[in-house]
Design a binder for this molecule. Structure first.
Ligand code: C2E
Ligand code: MG
Ligand code: MG
Ligand code: MG
Length: 291
C-alpha cells in the first residue's frame, strides 16, 4: 500500500515539475521573441533633488508589454532572463535605451540629466558578446555621467577581480555607481573601502517603516550620516508620504524617489512631467512642518 501511495505521490510530484518546466520553456521563448518584437519598455521614475525640489534624475525600470496588453513587472521575468542568459541582450538594450533618453532630456533641459539603470549580477559574468558601454557613450557623444549603474550588495559579497575590474572600467569611463537596496543584502561593508561608490540607495523597507519603527528610523539616519562621512550621496527609495519626505529632508538626505513624487512613467509621460512640472517639492526652507 505504502509503495503504491509512494508511486502516486511521485507521479503527482513529477507532473507538477513537468508543468513548471513547460511554463518556463514557454516563457523563455516568449521573452526571446519579446525583444525582437519590441515588447520591452522602459518606464522612468523621477528622482528629486532635496536641495531645490527639482526632478534631477530618473531610474529606468523594465517592463514587458505582453501581446494582449498586460504589463509584466521585472519580478515576473527578470529571473528567467538571468537563468537563460537573455539578460545580457536585454541589459544592453536597457543601457542603449536609457542612454538615448538621457541624451534627449539633457538636450531638452540644457543640463546633464542622469538616468540610472539596474544591472544584474549575471551581467558581470564573462559573456562572449559583451557590449562595450564606455565606447558606446563615446561614439554617441554623451556625457559619461549621463548613466548611473545600480548594483546590489549581493554582487559585492564576493568581490572577485573580475567584478572589480568591470566596475572600475565603468567608472573610468565616467559612469556613476549606486548600491541599490542598501542595508538589505548579505554583505559586509568592506567593499566601500575598495570601490569608489557614488550613491547609496536606502531600501524602501526602511523608509516605509521609519515613521513608526524606531529601529528603521535609526538605520535610515545612520546610513545617511555614514554615507556623508564617506563622501557618498544618499537616495531614499519608496517615499510615499509628506511626513517621510520632510523627515528625510531634515536629515539631509540628498535625493528622494517614490510614489509621492511619481510612479514609473512611460517616456512621453515622464517627458511631460520634466517639461511642465519640474518642481515637485518645495526647497527645504519652504517646507511646511507636518500638521
Ligand atoms: P529597484 O531597483 O529597487 O526599483 C525600485 C522598485 O520599487 C520598482 O519596482 C519601483 O516601481 C518600486 N517603487 C518605487 N517607488 C515606490 C514606492 O513609493 N512604493 C512602492 N511600493 N514601490 C515603489 P519594479 O519596477 O517592479 O522593479 C523591481 C525590481 O526589478 C527593481 O528594484 C530592480 O531590482 C529590478 N529591475 C527593474 N528594471 C530592471 C532592469 O532593467 N534590469 C534588471 N536587471 N533589473 C531590473
Ligand atoms: Mg534600482
Ligand atoms: Mg532599489
Ligand atoms: Mg528596493
Amino acid at each position: 500500500r505504502s509503495k503504491a501511495a509512494g508511486r502516486n505521490q511521485l507521479t503527482f510530484f513529477e507532473s507538477g515539475m513537468q508543468e513548471a518546466a513547460m511554463r518556463r520553456l514557454k516563457l523563455t521563448s516568449e521573452l526571446r521573441r519579446a525583444q525582437a518584437d519590441d515588447q520591452l519598455e522602459l518606464h522612468f521614475q523621477p528622482i528629486i533633488d532635496v536641495e531645490n525640489g527639482s526632478v534631477c534624475k530618473a531610474e529606468a525600470l523594465l517592463r514587458w508589454r505582453r501581446p494582449g496588453g498586460a504589463l509584466a513587472l521585472p519580478a515576473e521575468f527578470v529571473g528567467i532572463a538571468e537563468e537563460t542568459g537573455l539578460i545580457h541582450e536585454i541589459g544592453n538594450w536597457v543601457f542603449r535605451e536609457a542612454a538615448a533618453w538621457s541624451q534627449r532630456w539633457s538636450g531638452m533641459l540644457g543640463r546633464p540629466f542622469q538616468v540610472s539603470i539596474n544591472k544584474s549580477p549575471v551581467q558581470f559574468q564573462p559573456h562572449a558578446r559583451a557590449m562595450d558601454w564606455v565606447s558606446y557613450l563615446d561614439a554617441s557623444g554623451l556625457a559619461h555621467n549621463s548613466i548611473a549603474v545600480e548594483i546590489t550588495e549581493g554582487l559585492l559579497l564576493n568581490l572577485t577581480d573580475e567584478v572589480f575590474d568591470k566596475l572600475h572600467e565603468l567608472q573610468r569611463g565616467g559612469m556613476e555607481v549606486s548600491i541599490d537596496d542598501f542595508g538589505t543584502g548579505y554583505s559586509s561593508m568592506t567593499y566601500l573601502k575598495r570601490l569608489d561608490i557614488d550613491y547609496l540607495k536606502i531600501d524602501r523597507s526602511f523608509v516605509s517603516e521609519m515613521m513608526h519603527d524606531r529601529t528603521s528610523q535609526t538605520i535610515t539616519e545612520t546610513i545617511i550620516v555614514m554615507a556623508h562621512k564617506l563622501g557618498l550621496k544618499v537616495i531614499a527609495e519608496g517615499v510615499e508620504s509628506a511626513e517621510q519626505r520632510d523627515w528625510l529632508a531634515a536629515q539631509h538626505c540628498d535625493y528622494l524617489q517614490g510614489f509621492l513624487f511619481g510612479q514609473p512613467l512611460l517616456p512621453a509621460e515622464f517627458e511631460q512631467l520634466l517639461a511642465g512640472q519640474p518642481f515637485l517639492m518645495a526647497p527645504p526652507h519652504r517646507l511646511q512642518s507636518p500638521s
